[in-house]
Design a binder for this molecule. Structure first.
Ligand SMILES: [Zn+2]
Length: 330
């Protein structure tokens, strides 16, 4: 499938090479030597609904492999290398700098290490990379980690247009009252930092309305907007691009691709882009996503349109978008 070349929603911590993560967790003494690779694998893939609160504990464990500059650098380099070898020409990789300060790094240092790893890989391979830095919702309200989120914005501002391209809001959505975060997005907007928001993925459909009220440049997932025709209409009318990640959501749809609402979203006229979310838990890459969608009847023309939507929605300049379009082979 020639269209699978642009990725906008991919988490670094969820896209590590599993062997690398295991070795790193041993080296950093997070795991002790009595934990075998098979044990580690079982921890990652133990049965629970994707995106349950429990699943976030797995991300916490993977983040512990990424607490030193050299480890963040290496993991990012490895991921960019993998994406380039799979034929991607542009990808936006996201991570939350505030999750990588357990061993004394500042958020700026963590972000710089990721950017440096991406830049080094981009010098070697024909791919462009933008880094999205995620704010997190962790507690019952935005007050819980307000200063950490402000620091995420400030770190991103420092490296904006020098590797960093945007911010995001991620975390366990069902804990979150989006309206609470309006002030943080106002700060970002005042600093001309673009932003996307994880919303209506595992959370209720009305979260899409709260997220749209924040005037985001894009929405992460957004698929539960189909719960109400009024929500879906708002998404279509807004033409705010959705970063849809089908395999990542699949457990919520009985592992049945035909039950995922992506075809409904495309048919309704939403601006859909196709993404992986995280390689470890989706057990997928972008090529797989496009192939599966083709199998369930999304036409080649529609898939190509999703790639064009992704280029349109990318956090890059118009000149860079023109360059990417030239590299498409359809
Ligand atoms: Zn995500």
């Amino acid at each position: 499938m020639n269209a699978a070349k642009v990725e906008l929603h991919l988490h670094l911590d969820g896209s590590l090479n599993i062997k690398w993560a295991y070795e790193k967790l041993l080296q950093r003494k997070v795991l002790d030597t009595t934990t075998s690779f098979e044990d580690f694998y079982d921890i990652l893939y133990s049965k629970n609904k994707e995106h349950s609160a429990k699943n976030f504990l797995k991300f916490d464990l993977l983040c512990k492999a990424l607490q030193y500059e050299e480890d963040l650098y290496e993991a990012t380099y490895n991921l960019v290398e993998l994406l380039a070898k799979r034929g991607l020409i542009y990808a936006e990789i996201r991570f939350a700098s505030q999750q990588h300060c357990l061993q004394g790094l500042s958020q700026k240092q963590a972000l710089k290490a990721v950017i440096d790893g991406a830049k080094a890989a981009c010098q070697k391979y024909p791919i462009k990379i933008g880094i999205i830095n995620c704010m997190m919702h962790k507690g019952d309200s935005a007050a819980f980690n307000y200063q950490e989120n402000v620091d995420t914005i400030l770190a991103t501002e420092e490296y904006l247009n020098d590797g960093a391209v945007a911010i995001d809001l991620a975390g366990y959505e069902n804990n979150c009252d989006f309206k609470d975060y309006g002030n943080l997005f106002e700060i970002a907007r005042a600093k001309n930092i673009p932003y996307t928001i994880h919303a209506a993925e595992m959370g209720i459909g009305s979260h899409i309305m709260d997220a749209l009220a924040m005037k985001p440049y894009r929405i992460g997932h957004g698929i539960n907007c189909v719960q109400d025709p009024a929500y879906l209409k708002a998404v279509v009318d807004s033409q705010i691009p959705l970063e849809v990640c089908v395999s990542s959501n699949l457990k919520a749809f009985d592992d049945d691709y035909t039950k995922h609402p992506i075809r409904q979203l495309i048919k309704a006229g939403a601006k859909v882009t196709i993404n992986t979310d995280n390689i470890i838990f989706s057990k997928a890459d972008l090529l797989h996503e496009y192939s599966m969608l083709e199998l369930i009847g999304v036409s080649e023309k529609q898939l190509q349109q999703c790639t064009l939507n992704a280029i349109d929605a990318a956090f890059i300049s118009n000149e860079e978008k023109i360059e990417l379009r030239k590299q498409l082979d359809f």
